[in-house]
Design a protein. Structure first.
Length: 223
């Protein structure tokens, strides 16, 4: 039976670790090995505009929320009803619609729901295609953050298995949204609210990572 590869603490090489940390800005580790793709970095602004996306092959919910400090407000929300008789036509429609949204509202960050894998493989594949079409419309300079459906419900409702009606009610309450909200738009608003709530923890994690990298890379500093 094959064994999983493990690394013992005895194999730790401080010089190599410092070289890898220093090479993080060049995209390669020591020995020329390509590094993993960088993690999305938060935008450092007093007010941040977030585009929340709930992808679907036929209906993609979207929402734009502006947050600053402990307050958030809704800018817009709605649903992209993908037109087309084939999947490829609908994917192109999603791409063009998300591109137009980004051009119009200029979000600083994008939050999107992670693919939910269920028993229907065909539905999961179509959902993945729609998600890819939406992400392709996001510029390289705009960071993207992904959240699992359960994490979104937990952040908004406080219960990871909440019903859609509960999510819509809490989103309407948190953002003071009046009138009816479609299910897809409510889910997109929930994605944006989840990211707005998570930004403080993400900012703390970034600051800790930077401080650790500085202590490792800068010579003459205590490690």
């Amino acid at each position: 039976m094959p064994r999983y590869r493990t690394r013992s603490w005895r194999a730790f090489d401080p010089a190599r670790a410092r070289a890898d940390a220093a090479a993080s800005t060049t995209g390669t580790a020591a020995g020329g090995v390509p590094r993993a793709a960088p993690v999305a970095r938060l935008v450092q602004l007093a007010r941040v505009r977030i585009l929340g996306l709930d992808p679907g092959s036929r209906r993609t919910g979207y929402a734009v929320v502006e947050c600053g400090g402990a307050s958030s407000k809704q800018i817009t929300h709605g649903c992209i009803a993908a037109a087309g008789s084939t999947l490829s036509e609908r994917l192109r429609f999603i791409f063009e619609a998300v591109t137009a949204l980004i051009d119009q509202y200029q979000p600083n960050e994008v939050a999107i729901e992670r693919v939910f894998v269920n028993k229907n493989v065909d539905s999961a594949l179509k959902l993945g295609h729609a998600r890819g079409a939406a992400l392709c419309a996001v510029p390289n300079t705009t960071p993207v953050f992904e959240y699992a459906p359960r994490a979104i419900k937990l952040a908004v409702v406080g219960f990871g298995a909440a019903e859609k009606a509960q999510v819509a009610h809490m989103v309407r309450t948190l953002l003071s949204v009046e009138g009816r909200i479609t299910a897809d738009a409510a889910d997109a608003l929930a994605v944006a609210v989840c990211h707005a709530h998570s930004r403080r923890a993400l900012a703390l994690a970034e600051s800790l990572a930077v401080s650790v990298a500085v202590r490792v890379v800068v010579p003459g500093r205590a490690r």
